[in-house]
Design a protein around this ligand. Structure first.
Ligand code: GLN
Length: 484
């Protein structure tokens, strides 16, 4: 069952080949077998999953089921799920049972899908390796000594090991695309505003966006159909029609103009990854695409700009975690200040504290103009680079990450080295553009992701470009041997 695509699962469920309860139980069994080693799930919601599966089976019997009814999935533990622990990978929320569902969860529930559980993640989505989680690191199914990427590392490991057919993730600076790259998956970060952020615990509100982590572009398109859309509860969600993202998957790529930014193929890129990406791009030429070298001259500003904007916004967003209304509260506070200080001191991990300190500093009187305002100006330069490039080309391609999956512990003592893991993904978030990572080959047995970046609301085009490649290659079908 766990080798099937979402369309195949849907067909089997509708044909009565197996029931949603059987399918859900199959995944729950796999989770029992493998999760101990991978640590991909923080919470497995077995009882509610089986109840949702039963309800789905009734719909299937009554012929009122939709395309995804009865198909299980996993949610990154950043999405509020009513009645189920929503920890955001933090001790701060280790006791937080959300009283409501995120819009994404609500929409996916309405589609009849079954929530298997909540996946591990870097604390408050801050990290590139899943090592900042209060619940411990996640192992990469391709090599258990290596990281799965982050911050959606639990979702990525879950899909790579087939402990769910598809998962949600979020991407503030690369957290869907980089783990997809490191785990041989298809991950899509849509345009900022395409998916509601309501009920998705905020890290950096002007950058955060949810998206699918899947085994193929077709699967990602199916889940995006359910996730996307305007939500009056999120003032940054865009009121714009949601196309059927599966309808254009097979469109011809003849005449497609691909831009390759020189800055994405610099000396920081592992030469074997560069060679793998070049081979993938040749495949697009055989599909009728033409290649053009482009330049995104302000790419070098992306990481420093992000590490002002994201911490600034997180320092503000995380101020609500004060030990008063919800989350961790210290024992026997002396007074209000002691309550704040100790609750936050005990509840947050090291990386989160580092970000809060940097962000608070950048926003403080006298420094705001020098840091936050300057970063916003750099952000505009970065977006302008993209708009200049899109005058002549349809899509940008390059590597998703500068290296394959690195060893656990390798970068934990060097935050800047860790920050550079997102060097090719961060500018997309700063500009609010959609980006995708798709499997493009292996270097020394470890997956390599090809990144596609589109113009605003080009999700359908990106999925089409990814799907055509997946029809002529089988990289995305490769599975880690131990989890077949
Ligand atoms: N790795 C980046 C960070 O640590 C991006 C994380 C993300 O996209 N959530 O902030």
């Amino acid at each position: 069952m766990h080798h099937k695509s979402l369309s195949e699962l849907s067909l089997s469920l509708h044909n009565g080949e197996f029931s949603s309860v059987e399918l859900t139980q199959h995944y729950l069994d796999r989770i029992k077998t493998y999760n101990g080693k991978l640590n991909a799930y923080i919470t497995v919601s077995e009882d509610s999953a089986l109840a949702q599966a039963q309800a789905a089976d009734l719909q299937l019997q009554k012929n009122t089921a939709g395309k995804l009814t009865g198909i299980p999935l996993a949610h990154k533990d950043i999405f509020c799920t009513q009645g189920i622990l929503t920890s955001c990978g933090s001790k701060m929320l280790d006791n937080f049972i959300s009283p409501y569902n995120a819009t994404v969860v609500e929409k996916i529930n309405a589609a009849g899908m079954v929530t298997l559980g909540k996946t591990n993640m870097d604390e408050f989505a801050m990290g590139s390796s899943n090592e900042t989680s209060f619940y411990g690191a996640v192992k990469n199914p391709w090599d258990n000594n290596r990281v799965p990427g982050g911050s959606s590392g639990g979702s990525a490991a879950t899909i790579a090991a087939r402990l769910a057919p598809i998962a949600t993730g979020t991407d503030t600076g690369g957290s869907i695309r980089q783990p997809a790259s490191l785990c041989n998956l298809t991950g899509l970060k849509p345009t900022y505003g395409r998916i509601s952020r309501y009920g998705m615990i905020a890290f950096a509100s002007s950058l955060d966006q949810a998206g699918p982590i899947a085994n193929s572009a077709e699967d990602a398109a199916l889940l995006l159909n359910e996730m996307a859309g305007f939500d009056e509860r999120d003032s940054t969600s865009v009121d714009r029609d949601v196309p059927d993202y599966t309808a254009t998957l097979n469109d011809s790529l003849a005449g497609l103009k691909i831009g390759l930014p020189t800055e994405f193929f610099d000396e920081g890129l592992d030469p074997n990854i560069a060679a793998t990406i070049e081979t993938a791009i040749k495949a697009y030429e055989s599909l009728g695409a033409t290649i053009k070298e482009i330049t995104l001259p302000n790419t070098g500003l992306a990481v420093p700009t992000y590490y002002v904007v994201a911490p600034a916004e997180c320092s503000s967003n995380l101020s609500r975690m004060d030990g008063v209304r919800f989350g961790h509260r210290c024992d026997d506070p002396k007074d209000l200040l002691d309550l704040y200080q100790r609750s936050r001191g005990e509840g947050f991990g090291e990386e989160v504290k580092r970000r809060i300190m940097i962000g608070t500093y950048a926003l403080s009187a006298g420094y705001y103009d020098a840091y936050y305002l300057k970063a916003q100006q750099c952000r505009r330069l970065i977006s302008d680079d993209f708009q200049q490039a899109f005058k002549d080309i349809d899509v940008i391609m390059g590597p998703t990450a500068p290296t394959t999956a690195f060893k656990l512990g390798d970068k934990t003592d060097d935050p800047v080295a860790m920050y550079l893991a997102d060097i090719y993904t961060i500018s997309t978030n700063l500009a609010g553009l959609p980006g995708m990572s798709i499997p493009a080959g292996f270097v020394d047995g470890l997956p390599v992701g090809l990144q596609l970046i589109g113009n605003y609301f080009d999700e359908a085009k990106l999925l089409n470009i990814a799907h055509r490649y997946q029809q002529m290659t089988d990289w995305h079908q490769q599975m880690p041997a131990a989890y077949k």
